[in-house]
Design a binder for this molecule. Structure first.
Ligand code: 4AD
Ligand code: MG
Length: 430
């Protein structure tokens, strides 16, 4: 007999198959046991009828607890009304009887569940969210592979900051003093585009964020992309295509997961190019008119981002930011030296900034002046400045936060549920 994965069960209608998995719920009517089984790939209801099975199988059923692991065989049947398949059990073997499972059906607080993250991962919503995350990852690779981007693995131990010194994690590093955990691979990707033209990286990044918000983790996964001969406009175009590709793939591959998450799919179906565009200056005016007390020159807060996108079905690019509140590497706007050619992409439905990107300052003198102004340790960045000495070209790039995109796809409010083991200021376990 064939052992199958539950995701494939519809192909075995009328056949006898074996399944291995866990009982996540059960009930008994006295003469029938209804066992809800999951195997990691899908779900099935297994039906054990007392008069159809040997007495020892019925006795085994009576020992079953939530999360008991089992091996079952039986005939696949179809639910009379629903598009669901069932297993009419002939044989059942317990692999391990689970102790009383701490996660029940009653409501638990988030801290309780996070303490039990190693078990919480088994819950259907967590299962669904992390499978959507997997689709986002694969769709990203797919888009870049189809569009001539080479994956370059950028270092995690670095001698300098990419995104400013206030959120760096320090690590002692032998005789060389201190190393810092990478905040973004961007600067290294910039070096790589002079060899490969178009590159991306994808890996864990670290920010010692003091902010305890629903959008901040101290360890999160970032994808940075970088391309030579691409300007600010072209940069936004790539982002738009990538995001549309991701949304399309999630809708294609994760119907069941989105249903478990009770996600309003119509919202995702409306995410199509072109995305919205607004300058920073217009954005400030708009959110002020909507009641925000933000002042010109300040960074948009989470509430401002929500206000800004409240009447939009698609993400919105906020572009041309004041240079003082953006990173040193962003290219000055030739039309207004107080601004930079950078953009933040803000997701709808209150999910906030999902991408930060810009054209890069490719002029050696302007870049050096800005770095001096910021009192950056120039010796550590000599290699980065070199890129502007040997065949400098216009180039642009951006970075996305995997957990923020996954949170948006899933309609999950707090991104701690979109990473298997979240790291936050107050959480390092399990
Ligand atoms: O906007 P950020 O800081 O941009 C950069 O790091 C650039 N160097 C990227 C580049 O141009 N290659 O971060 C990029 C994205 C944000 O838009 C956000 O989605 C996510 O990373 N992000 C976080 N996600 C979770 N927790 C945090 N603490 C995050 N900080 C940033
Ligand atoms: Mg940003």
């Amino acid at each position: 007999m064939q052992t199958i994965l539950l995701k494939d069960i519809s192909q075995y209608l009328g056949q006898e198959v074996a399944v291995r998995g866990w009982v996540f719920n059960f009930r008994s009517s006295g003469s029938i046991f209804f066992l809800q089984i999951r195997d990691g790939s899908g779900f099935v209801q297994a039906i054990v009828s007392k008069k159809e099975v040997a007495p020892e199988i019925w006795e085994a059923c009576e020992k079953i607890t939530i999360e008991t692991s089992v091996e079952i065989s039986g005939t696949v049947s179809k639910h009379p009304k629903k598009e669901e398949y069932e297993l009419q059990v002939k044989n059942l073997k317990i692999i391990h009887v689970a102790e009383e499972y701490p996660i029940g059906k009653k409501e638990h607080g988030p801290e309780f569940l996070l303490d039990l993250r190693h078990l919480w991962l088994r819950s259907s919503k967590q299962w669904a969210a992390l499978r959507v995350r997997n689709t986002v990852i694969n769709a990203t690779y797919e888009y870049f592979n189809q569009n001539g981007f080479i994956k370059i693995d950028t270092p995690i131990l670095t001698p300098t900051a990419c995104e400013g010194t206030t959120t760096l994690f320090e690590v002692p590093y032998f005789d060389l003093g201190k190393a810092y955990l990478a905040q973004s691979g961007q600067l290294y990707l910039e070096a790589a585009v002079f060899s490969f033209g178009r590159c991306f990286d994808f890996g864990p990044t670290f920010r010692a964020e003091k902010s305890k918000t629903r959008r901040h983790l101290t360890e999160f996964w970032m994808m940075d992309a970088e391309a030579a001969f691409v300007n600010h406009e072209g940069n936004m175009k790539i982002q738009e295509e990538l995001i549309c590709h991701i949304v399309k793939k999630v809708l294609e591959k994760n119907r069941k997961e989105l249903e478990i998450l009770e996600r309003d799919i119509s919202k995702l179906e409306k995410v199509q190019a072109p995305f919205g565009r607004i300058t920073y200056t217009e954005a400030i005016k708009k959110v002020q008119a909507l009641g925000s007390d933000i002042k010109d020159g300040e960074d948009l807060g989470a509430d401002d981002e929500t206000l800004l996108t409240q009447d939009s079905d698609v993400p919105i690019f906020v572009e041309k930011w004041p240079r003082q509140i953006k990173a040193f590497y962003m290219k000055r706007d030739p039309q207004n030296p107080d601004l930079v050619l950078g953009s933040d992409l803000i997701a709808p439905e209150g999910h906030g900034e999902i991408i930060g990107g810009s054209e890069r300052e490719d002029n050696y003198d302007l870049l050096l002046a800005r770095m001096k102004e910021e009192k950056m340790p120039l010796a550590d960045f000599e290699w980065y400045l070199d890129l502007r000495k040997y065949g400098s070209v216009p180039h642009s790039g951006f970075g996305y936060g995997l957990e923020r995109i996954t949170g948006w796809m899933c309609g999950i409010h707090h991104i701690r549920e979109t990473i298997p083991f979240p790291r936050m200021i107050n959480r390092l376990r399990p």
